[in-house]
Design a protein around this ligand. Structure first.
Ligand SMILES: [Zn+2]
Length: 281
């Protein structure tokens, strides 16, 4: 046990050492279950490059652009769900990658994105999207202005200060606006059973491992109401499944582009989708 400040509990709590993975120590808050990777000398700017999305990194994506049709079908379903909560207005996607989600949302919203990988951000701009390079900091958020919807798809677990980023999002959200995010569920049976070998246990890429309880804690501390928390199934490119299987079996990464356009419905119930709403004063 070790005492650390938990961003979800908002105070110093006991943390349990769980395991060692990829040179990082994984610790878990004994109260809310939030997991964290202790990393030293990790530079995200050197890490999230074009290579991250093309399969050159064994823990990144396998050929993300080739999986566009499958990803877009999945994102279209997310747009439908978002419309149930906030039907119109301005939408901002953080970590928008190649802009596939923004393309699906564009018929219904005035869309914008922020993306750290320069190559992906430039691709978005060439596709006609309003996408800023960099991270969700004060400068970029001010340039974007107030929005009605902010989405973070499998992004929050990568952020050095996830609570601070959500606080910043909250300040730029219009009253009644929503934040939709997806991330792994560290409290799920699959995550508990798989332990250090869980498919989403990939430090230093993933720095945080959230639980429903830790997300509720963060939401409450920011004055956001948690209006949805579920574990939806997802269409996954077959190439990504093969890629993750090879990595799990220690065979190393190699991208199989032909399998990228085939979408397989998968639900391991180890990933959650959360909708937070900013109250109307
Ligand atoms: Zn905690």
């Amino acid at each position: 046990m070790s005492a650390r400040a938990c961003p979800a509990c908002g105070e110093v709590t006991d943390h349990r050492f769980r395991y060692h993975r990829n040179g990082c120590d994984i610790w878990q808050c004994a109260r809310c279950g939030l997991g964290r990777a202790d990393t030293r000398g990790f530079d995200p700017r050197a890490y999230y490059t074009g290579e991250y999305f093309s399969g050159a990194r064994c823990d990144g994506y396998s050929d993300y652009p080739a999986a566009e049709p499958v990803l877009r079908r999945e994102f279209a379903r997310s747009v439908e769900l978002i419309r149930e909560y906030r039907g119109e207005g301005r939408l901002l996607d953080l970590g928008c990658a190649y802009g596939f989600f923004l393309q699906e949302a564009a018929p219904y919203y005035d869309v914008a994105g922020i993306e750290l990988a320069e190559e992906a951000a430039a691709y978005c701009r060439r596709s006609g999207l309003n996408v800023l390079s960099g991270v969700a900091d004060d400068t970029n958020m001010t340039r974007i202005g107030e929005v009605d919807v902010i989405t973070l798809f499998d992004v929050i677990e990568h952020l050095p200060q996830p609570r601070d980023t959500l606080a910043l999002c909250c300040r730029h959200l219009r009253p009644g606006g929503i934040i939709m995010l997806t991330t792994g569920d560290f409290a799920s049976p699959v995550a508990r059973l798989a332990g250090a070998r869980w498919r989403l246990m990939t430090p230093p890429q993933h720095l945080w491992y959230f639980t429903p309880q830790s997300m509720r804690g963060i939401a409450a501390s920011l004055g956001l109401s948690l209006v949805r928390c579920d574990h939806p199934g997802k269409l996954v490119p077959l190439s990504l499944i093969l890629f993750q299987l090879r990595r799990m079996l220690g065979l190393g990464g190699s991208s199989i582009t032909a399998a990228s356009h085939i979408g397989i419905p998968v639900n391991l119930f180890d990933a959650m989708r959360i909708v937070l709403r900013k109250s109307i004063p």
